[in-house]
Design a protein around this ligand. Structure first.
Ligand code: AMP
Ligand code: MG
Length: 424
């Protein structure tokens, strides 16, 4: 690649401009990382690498779902307020233990919610529909049908039933299901290790006191590291590197060796101080998948593969970097963790009513930051206008609205899809 040739005007040019959809398509084609085994306690948020079938039914004994009396349903047929059924009480079912005696014709056993149905019984009469006659007998004032107020064996989960599918991101309730069927461990996809590198001679660590003129505190490594964690990635190396080709190459080489994904920020454009592309050219076998994405902000975005490793170059402007991360890097990290529909535009979104007009220029997809507020039960999205260098506007925003390439602005009152920066 030649950016400047002698006698020529500099003609900054992106090498491989892709649409947002094309980038998401590429990300979806990435293979998940290998699987590993984790304890079910640690499994929430992880993605299943195998289908899970139930090795036992739930419940594995017939359980009462109400406090009352275990009975033979036919003994209550025809019972009513005026002609109650009279049953002998033969005992009480203890919680967590099988009943000591079976329910024979004309008898009943007191049973708590969750208690095990005694042999012979096929239904539970709610305590509300019984009257004690004396210590050993009750009147039943409503009939029950077989199975009433009982959870049968396998009603919740059948033996051998496929309960969870490969690719499912486990939520707390899924972990509960795994616990219910007695799983101690599950196979999930490995979480990607991610190196985060910020580039720029002007970038200094946030703890710098008496900020020298011309320098700015590093924002991006902090935002990106937080976003990586939110997306389930494991943050490894975090480093700030000056605009120095050799140094950047050395740092990238080390980062690529020890991580699955390297996320650079800054230096991804086509200026003379933008070294990411030149670094990639020094790595034999690197494959540049995208240089430039047709969105604004965020155009100077790089996506490259180096064997199994993935390198992202994000624009340096904090708002651009965060938008590009949300739109592409986050789906990439989810895909590596085995999520099937990573980058699905229907996830992580909210519908809201636009509070003000958004002007937009025909011919590019605008990603406009918005803040969400709840106005008497109606969700509204208010555009947060400001340069993409402004971190305060980013902090005010909850997500972005996409004004498609061939649309010239959106009017106040339009129902829009807000892509959230953070998971709801
Ligand atoms: P670049 O993409 O390197 O041309 O950077 C674009 C703009 O983003 C410049 O004004 C940089 O100073 C700024 N920038 C780059 N990296 C960071 C960072 N880590 N934190 C805050 N601003 C940054
Ligand atoms: Mg720079």
């Amino acid at each position: 690649m030649q950016l400047l040739s002698e006698g020529d005007e500099p003609v900054p040019e992106f090498l491989k401009v892709k649409t947002a959809e094309e980038i998401v398509e590429m990300v979806r084609s990435f293979a998940p990382l290998e699987a590993e085994i984790v304890s079910v306690q640690e499994a929430s948020g992880r993605v299943l690498a195998e289908d899970v079938t139930a090795p036992e039914p739930v419940p594995h004994f017939a359980r009462a779902t109400m406090d009352g009396y275990a009975v033979r349903a036919r003994d209550t047929f025809g019972a009513g307020e005026s002609l109650p059924a009279l049953l002998e009480v033969i005992g009480e079912v203890a919680m967590g233990r099988p009943a000591e005696t079976a329910v024979r014709p004309g008898t009943a056993a007191a049973i708590p919610t969750g208690g095990m149905l005694p042999d012979g019984a096929d239904a539970v009469v709610m305590v509300e529909y019984t009257q004690p006659l004396d210590a050993h007998a009750i009147e039943v004032t409503r009939p029950v049908a077989p199975g009433d107020n009982v959870l049968q064996v396998g009603d919740d989960v059948a033996l051998g039933e496929k309960v969870l599918e490969r690719g499912r991101k486990l939520r707390p309730q899924d972990v509960g299901l795994l616990a219910a069927i007695g799983m101690e461990e599950v196979r999930v996809f490995r979480r990607p290790r991610v190196a985060i590198i910020s580039t720029g001679d002007e970038i200094v660590p946030p703890e710098t006191r008496d900020l020298p003129p011309g320098k700015i505190r590093d924002i991006n490594t902090y935002v990106v590291a937080s976003q990586v964690r939110e997306a389930g990635g494991r943050v490894g190396t975090i480093q700030v590197v000056a605009d120095d080709l050799d140094e950047l190459e050395a740092v990238c080489r080390e980062a690529l060796a020890a991580h699955d994904v390297v996320v650079l920020s800054g230096g991804s454009s086509v200026g003379i101080r933008d070294f990411t592309i030149q670094v990639l050219e020094r790595f034999p076998g690197s494959e540049l998948l995208a240089h430039g994405v047709a969105i604004r902000p965020g155009k100077p975005t790089i996506l490259a593969r180096l064997g199994e490793k993935i390198l992202w170059g994000l624009p340096g402007q904090p708002a651009s970097a965060m938008i590009v991360f949300t739109a592409f890097v986050r789906p990439c990290l989810l895909r590596l963790q085995g999520v099937e529909n990573a980058g699905n535009l229907e996830t992580n979104v909210r519908q809201a009513e636009l509070a003000r007009n958004i002007p937009s220029v025909h011919g590019r997809a605008d990603y406009v930051r918005v803040s969400l507020s709840n106005d008497k039960g109606r969700l509204t999205a208010d555009p947060v206008f400001g340069k993409s260098a402004m971190i305060s506007t980013l902090s005010k925003a909850d997500g972005y609205v996409i004004v498609p390439e061939h649309v010239e602005g959106l009017e106040a009152g339009t129902l829009v899809t807000v892509h959230l920066f953070s998971s709801p």
